[in-house]
Design a protein around this ligand. Structure first.
Ligand SMILES: [Zn+2]
Ligand SMILES: [Zn+2]
Length: 340
C-alpha cells in the first residue's frame, strides 16, 4: 500500500509499505478515506516542528472506514465511518492519573512521534475511533480534529457566558476557536494584522476586531472591554511577543491561554501576572474532545460542512505541499484523498 513519508526535513516521498495487520491492542483496521493537511504537518515537512522525529509518515487528521475488526471489538463494525484520535497516552503516569492523557509523560502523537494517517490503511485501538455523523462528508469530517483543539483551549480557559474573550490571531487556529467560543459567549474581540481575516471573523461572530498592525492594540482592548481588559485571552497567533501582549491586555483575575510551540525567549515580568492574579495556562492538543465535537454537530450547534477548499490524491502529496507553500489566497483547508 502507498504511504507518504517525510524522510527528513524537506524530503517527501511516496513509499510502498506492508498493509498493517490487527492485533488485540490495535484491533481495528481502518481504510483511510480523507486526511487533512494541517499547519503542523507542514512544519514537520519543513523541519520546524521541534516535537517531530524522522523518518515519519505524517498526518493526524484521519478519517476512514472500518475495514476489519478484531474479536475483542464491541462498538464498531465493518463499514462504519470514523475519525481517529491522534493522541496516544500510557495510562499510568501522573498526567494520565489526572485524566490529562494529552500531556502524558509518554505521549505519542500519531503523525508526529509515531506514524500517522497518510497511508491507505492504519490499525488502531477501538477506543481511538469515533463514529461520524451521517450529516458530514468524510472530507469535511477532517475538520473535527482542529475543532477539538479549539474546544480544548476554551475548556482550559473555563470560558463562560459572561466572559469578555480576546482571541489573538484569526488564521486557521483562531477561526476554529472563534467558532467554538461563539457557542459559549458573545463578547468576543479578535485581533490580527490582516483586514480580510478580521472581516471574516466579524462574519463568524466576533463582536469587535482590532488590526494589531495599524491600531493601538492595548487601547482598543480597553475600549472594547469597558476599560478593564479581557477576562480571557487566547493566543492563536503564537508569535514571539504574543504572550506579553496578552498578559497586558487581560484584566484582573483573568485567564491567559498559550498554544504556541516557539522556543524563542519572551521577556515577561512577574508583576503583570501577580498583580492581576492571572492564570496562565497552556493548551496542548486535545483531551478526548472528539465526542464533544461530534455531539455539537449532531445538536446543530457546530456546522463543519463546506470546509474544504482543495483536494489532492495521497500520491500527489508533493503537489499538495508545494501548493500550501505557494500561500495561494484561495487555500482554506486541503485534504488528501485516497481514490487514486
Ligand atoms: Zn491539525
Ligand atoms: Zn501517561
Amino acid at each position: 500500500m502507498k504511504a507518504v513519508q517525510i524522510v527528513k526535513p524537506n524530503q517527501l516521498e511516496v513509499i510502498d509499505i506492508e498493509k498493517p495487520v490487527i492485533d488485540p491492542k490495535n484491533n481495528v483496521l481502518v481504510k483511510m478515506t480523507a486526511a487533512g493537511i494541517c499547519g503542523s504537518d507542514v512544519g514537520i515537512y519543513h523541519g520546524t516542528n521541534a516535537a517531530a522525529t524522522y523518518p515519519r509518515i505524517i498526518g493526524h487528521e484521519m478519517v476512514g472506514v472500518v475495514a476489519e475488526v478484531g474479536d475483542n471489538v464491541s462498538s464498531l463494525k465493518i463499514g462504519d465511518r470514523i475519525i481517529i484520535n491522534q493522541v496516544t497516552s500510557c495510562g499510568h503516569c501522573y498526567p494520565c492519573s489526572k485524566n490529562r492523557g494529552n500531556v502524558c509523560d509518554n505521549l505519542k502523537v500519531r503523525g508526529v512521534h509515531i506514524d500517522g494517517g497518510y497511508r491507505e490503511y492504519i490499525a488502531v485501538p477501538e477506543s481511538d475511533c469515533y463514529l461520524l455523523p451521517d450529516s458530514l462528508s468524510d472530507q469535511d469530517a477532517v475538520m473535527i480534529e482542529p475543532t477539538t483543539i479549539a474546544i480544548q483551549s476554551c475548556t482550559r480557559a473555563e470560558l463562560e457566558k459572561d466572559d469578555m474573550l480576546l482571541i489573538y490571531g484569526a488564521g486557521a487556529l483562531g477561526s476554529s476557536i472563534l467558532k467554538i467560543a461563539h457557542t459559549i459567549c458573545d463578547h468576543i474581540i479578535v485581533a490580527d494584522i490582516m483586514d480580510d481575516k478580521l472581516a471574516e471573523a466579524r462574519e463568524h461572530g466576533a463582536q469587535f476586531t482590532i488590526n494589531a498592525a495599524t491600531e493601538d492594540f492595548q487601547a482598543k482592548v480597553l475600549e472594547y472591554t469597558h476599560g478593564r481588559g479581557a477576562t480571557v485571552s487566547i493566543d492563536a497567533a503564537c508569535v514571539k511577543n504574543s504572550l506579553l501582549l496578552l498578559l497586558q491586555a487581560t484584566g484582573n483575575a483573568g485567564r491567559v491561554i498559550t498554544m504556541g510551540f516557539s522556543t524563542a525567549p519572551t521577556e515577561v515580568n512577574q508583576f503583570l501576572i501577580t498583580s492581576k492574579e492571572l492564570d496562565v495556562r497552556g493548551s496542548r492538543l486535545q483531551n478526548k474532545m472528539f465526542g464533544k465535537a461530534i455531539d455539537m454537530i449532531k445538536e446543530g450547534t457546530l456546522d463543519l460542512n463546506n470546509s474544504i477548499s482543495h483536494t489532492f490524491p495521497l500520491t500527489k502529496a508533493q503537489e499538495a505541499f508545494d501548493f500550501v507553500d505557494s500561500r495561494d489566497p484561495s487555500i482554506r483547508k486541503i485534504v488528501l484523498t485516497f481514490d487514486f
